[in-house]
Design a binder for this molecule. Sequence first.
Ligand SMILES: [Zn+2]
Length: 87
Amino acid sequence: MLLIDCPYCGPRNGSEFAWQGVPSPRPDPASTTPLEWRRYLYEEDNLAGWVEERWKHRSGCRAYLIIERHTATNEIRAVRLLGGTPL
Ligand SMILES: [Zn+2]
C-alpha cells in the first residue's frame, strides 16, 4: 500500500490520490513543432528512480501536491504543496 502524508490531512491511503504525472515545462505553441507538442502532451519518461510527481488528493482536501517518490520501490521522501501556497 502506498501511504502519502498529505500536508493538510496527514497520512492517507494512496488510493485517495490521483497521479497527474511529472511536471514539465510547457513548450511555446508558437514555435514548437507538432512532434514536440505531441511528446509534451502524451509521452512520459517512466524513469526508474527518484522523480518529482504531481498528485491530487481527490478524496480528501483536493490539494495539488508535489511528491518525491522512488518509482521502483514506492518509497516517498518528500511531500509538499504545489506552489507552496495554502488553500
Ligand atoms: Zn489532503
